[in-house]
Write a protein that binds this ligand. Structure first.
Ligand code: ADP
Ligand code: MG
Length: 903
């Protein structure tokens, strides 16, 4: 049997089990063999039943002598199974296993059975109990050699697949593997292999180890293999980047000198150091890929400006991308203030606002063909397949996949939804559908193109981050949710307007994950041409239910009375614009898709990198000649993570704060102390300082209850009267948000009551007090970010973390912030506290998820793997030497799996 063999070809695995395995992503023999145990149980000999409680979970075996079901509090149920030791003695105590409200357990356990249980014994009254233990029923003694009398593997839980079944399947596969090591090639350099260990041995031993030592040795081997594969991929990315055609993007520095002279402060030593590093990298002819790390408030913006000035002095454009609208606007304001006196031309480009009118088509090709609307019709491109004639009689065009294979950060999907026959979309209904799609554009997703046909809809969509969870990881809107809301929203409205009832939409939908720029472009064109290609619209006819971002921008302009008279005028404007084209373009990540607006891009600065993914970065650098890239992050991360998540970047670190900074004092207070806290806030406001109140609405995306926000605000206005407050939250339109920030900046308002939209980068030096409500609900990194909004001027600053009846862990967590202001220390502590298994946004890194290694516990192995991979690529960048050629597989395979989106 070969390891690539699909499990479906093995006739001894039942179909329903195949399905359960597939749910885990296990389709081949190899997948199964690398489905590693979560832990092992020592079942060589079971200990005697305990007579005391313990904090360490233990594994016991016994016979069920009694079961009972008890009710409490109305509908709640407790199922109890009493176990007796196999060889009881006079002192043996029975063990009571209890499950609360777990209906199915009751069906699985019966008197007379033998059970193996794993859990913590607790003293409850006089009885020794185990609550919700993991358990396994011993059915017959035949299989005892697999499941007992050994170190037994326990796998990650699976619905529809018991431990016993999974274990038996894996055991049989291992025994049938022929030759014993078939296809299990060891892909590790010799210095990482200890003794005569190889992959085949390790795989066997990780499932069914002979001893704990054998298990540990196997695990180390497998972790090293996994880490080495990851670091090989990173090293190859790095090598690829360095051999791309780049250019030197560095001017003489005169402009930079002028800028530095005009600054009201001296650079810190650390700023000077990193500017020098960046300058060297800009001057080099191979592309720069650099991470600028620095705590909040360490002055990264100035460094970014310095880099951009060097690039524009050399005649290039620079792009400055911020993660949010507010930040883009803020950078725009700061840069104009500092750079316009030096004669630098700056432009703002965000989804919501573009400071220069003039269309920004999505793709160069569309621009070359003149106005986008005209180009859709008969422009010589062979008509792509259309929905109508592709649909085969049996409707096979639709696939039943409800969830696409890849829900990935920043993935783009081409989606098609059909109406359920015999319904079709009247012109009015089509407008409603288009409006529904536009409604969440730039809110829950970015919409690139849509066409609404009489019986189906096509659109191209990129789900956006929904929120940060408590740990600060980014969570994206699931495609299924987005599509569902679009469907139900429009169906409801259409049924109302047309006075109909019943289903409007087909349940099925067809979605395609967009894999590359070319793919994107094709889908884009396809969607825009669909009405004409399919004959729904005549060649020279206008079809109003086709939408692009251009159309939206054009509509807005029409609305504002800046109508374009003709395409030729628009062209003329555009050409004129080019002559005095902006040298620095500031924007949100929408910039990524407007490549065309760059004519000579030399440097891209990405602020607050954790909001961007590798794929997005790749999108910018895919062009040749490749621009230099500087990514900045204020979320310091532990070193082990840096070498994985940012492993392909060079790192510059600002490790010093500007000297004029007042101290930040952080204090955790219980809600009951609110009275004292308020009077403290007042003394600060009376001293003319300004205040941020961060209120606890964490999830802003979903149905933010505007009323609740308003109530919160009223409350605070009352509390702080007569000082002037304003309210800030994510639902406020960008322009208004900007005005609110402006009033706060200028001191017109004293206090800003805000959600976490304030999070990154906002800079108002006179705001020195911050109160965070329900602080225990936030992650440490996020709290540190928030706190970074104060302490930006010379005055002493105060951060008050308000909590209510917090558990032990929460107070330990918050105490970290009382103890230190250093972001790196916060990051380390955060990681320490959060425990293993948390991968801190590895999804964003575009790296495969780890199957066995643990970034934290196995940090030392990661260092070894990295050193080995780096050494190999330094000596042999193309993996040409005979002993290295085998490692090419790691890159090819991995890329096939994880990098398709940036190909
Ligand atoms: P961050 O690193 O968090 O992005 P910013 O670049 O926004 O920090 O800088 C924070 C504040 O510090 C800004 O008001 C900036 O003008 C100021 N600043 C930057 N460098 C210095 C310096 N060397 N000395 C004094 N103030 C500085
Ligand atoms: Mg910043």
């Amino acid at each position: 049997m070969q390891i690539s063999r699909p499990l479906a070809e093995l006739d001894w695995i039942q179909r329903r089990r195949l399905l359960a395995l597939r749910r885990l992503g296990i389709e081949t023999v190899e997948n199964l063999l690398t489905h590693f145990p979560r832990r092992h149980e020592d079942r060589t000999e079971f200990p005697e039943f305990p007579r005391e409680e313990s904090d360490v979970p233990i594994c016991l075996c016994g016979e069920v002598i009694k079961t009972s079901l008890r009710r409490f509090g109305g509908w709640k149920k407790i199922f109890e199974a009493t176990l007796q030791e196999s060889k009881p003695n006079a002192l043996s105590e029975p063990l009571v296993c209890r499950w609360f409200n777990l209906h199915y357990v009751q069906k699985m356990i019966a008197t007379g059975q033998r059970l193996v249980v794993f859990g913590k014994p607790r003293l409850r009254g006089k009885r020794i109990c185990m609550d919700h233990p993991e358990f396994e029923v011993i059915e017959n003694d035949e299989e005892i050699s697999i499941h007992f009398r050994r170190l037994t593997p326990i796998y990650p839980a699976t619905e529809g697949l018991s431990q016993r079944v999974l274990r038996s399947i894996i055991c049989r596969i291992l025994s049938e593997l022929s030759p014993p090591g078939a296809g299990l090639e060891t892909l590790l350099p010799s210095e990482l292999v200890s003794g005569d260990m190889d992959r085949a041995t390790a795989i066997r031993a990780i499932h069914f180890p002979e001893s704990w030592e054998a298990r540990d040795a196997a695990r180390e081997h497998l972790v090293l293999s996994e880490f080495f594969a990851m670091q090989t991929l990173i090293a190859s990315r790095r090598t690829d980047a360095s051999i791309r055609i780049g250019q030197a993007h560095c001017g003489s520095g005169t402009l930079l000198e002028k800028f530095l002279e005009s600054l009201p402060f001296e650079l810190t030593g650390a700023q000077r150091k990193v500017i020098a590093e960046i300058r060297r990298a800009l001057a080099a002819s191979h592309p720069m890929n650099r991470l600028l790390q620095g705590d909040v408030g360490s002055g990264k913006t100035v460094v970014a400006i310095a880099a951009m000035l060097l690039a524009i002095e050399a005649g290039y454009q620079a792009a400055f991308m911020a993660p949010t609208q507010i930040l883009a606007e803020q950078h725009y304001a700061v840069l104009r203030r500092w750079l316009e006196p030096l004669g630098v031309r700056i432009a703002l480009r965000t989804g919501a606002r573009q400071e220069e009118s003039g269309p920004l088509p999505l793709f160069a090709a569309a621009e070359n063909q003149g106005s986008a609307r005209v180009s859709r019709v008969g422009d010589g491109v062979a008509p792509s397949r259309t929905f109508l004639n592709v649909q085969s009689p049996d409707g096979a065009f639709y696939s039943r996949r409800r969830v696409p294979h890849f829900e990935k950060p920043w993935a783009i999907y081409a989606v098609t939804i059909g109406t359920s026959s015999p319904r079709w979309l009247s012109p009015k209904a089509r407008t409603i559908v288009l409006d529904a799609l536009r409604h969440f554009h730039q809110k829950h997703y970015e919409l690139f193109a849509a066409s609404v046909m009489p019986d189906h809809v096509h659109f191209l969509i990129q789900p956006w981050p929904k929120k940060n969870d408590y740990a600060g990881n980014v969570v994206f809107w699931p495609l299924s949710v987005l599509i569902h809301s679009m469907k139900s929203f429009s169906a409801h409205k259409i049924n109302k307007v047309e006075q109909k009832s019943g289903t409007l939409w087909e349940k099925e939908r067809f979605d395609r994950y967009v894999r590359s720029d070319r793919d994107l472009k094709e889908k884009f064109q396809y969607i825009l041409r669909n009405p004409w290609d399919s004959g729904v619209a005549e060649q020279n006819e206008d079809y109003p239910w086709v939408w692009t971002q251009d159309d939206e921008a054009r509509n807005e302009r029409l609305f504002r009375g800046e109508a374009e008279t003709s395409t030729r005028d628009a062209r003329a404007t555009r050409d004129k614009m080019r002559e005095d084209k902006p040298q620095i373009i500031i924007g949100t990540h929408a910039l990524l898709y407007e490549n065309v607006s760059f004519s000579n891009l030399g440097l891209v600065v990405i602020d607050e990198q954790h909001k961007f993914g590798v794929a997005q970065r790749a999108r910018l650098t895919a062009r040749e000649p490749t621009p230099d890239v500087l990514v900045m992050t204020a979320t310091p991360i532990p070193r082990t993570l840096t070498m994985t998540i940012y492993g392909d970047l060079d790192v510059s670190t600002i490790d010093e704060m500007p000297r004029n900074r007042g101290k930040i004092i952080t204090a955790v207070r219980d809600e009951s102390k609110l009275g004292e806290v308020l009077s403290f806030l007042r003394t600060q406001l009376e001293a003319r300082r300004q205040l941020y109140v961060i209120y606890p609405l964490i999830d802003e995306s979903e149905k933010l209850d505007v009323k609740a926000a308003a109530a919160e605000y009223e409350l605070w206005r009352e509390r702080l009267r007569p000082f002037r407050c304003e309210l800030l939250h994510g639902r406020i339109p960008a322009v208004e948000k900007q005005e609110i920030m402006e009033r706060f900046r200028s001191g017109e308002t004293d206090a800003l009551i805000s959600t976490t939209v304030l999070e990154v980068g906002v800079d108002v030096p006179n705001a020195t007090v911050m109160l965070i409500e329900n602080a225990d609900h936030f992650g440490l990194a996020q709290l540190h970010q928030l706190r970074g909004r104060i302490g930006r001027g010379e005055h002493k600053s105060y951060c008050i973390l308000l909590t209510s009846n917090q558990p032990k862990e929460a107070s330990a967590k918050l105490a970290v912030l009382e103890r230190t202001n250093n972001g790196f220390e916060v990051a380390e502590a955060d990681w320490e506290l959060r425990g293993p298994g948390d991968l801190l946004g590895t999804a964003q890194s575009g790296l495969p998820a780890l199957k066995i290694g643990n970034l934290k516990a196995d940090a030392h192995l990661m260092r070894r793997a990295r050193a080995a991979a780096v050494a190999i690529f330094e000596a042999d960048p193309h993996l040409e030497s005979p002993e290295n050629q085998r490692f090419r597989r790691l890159i090819v395979e991995q890329q096939g799996r994880t990098f398709s989106n940036v190909s």
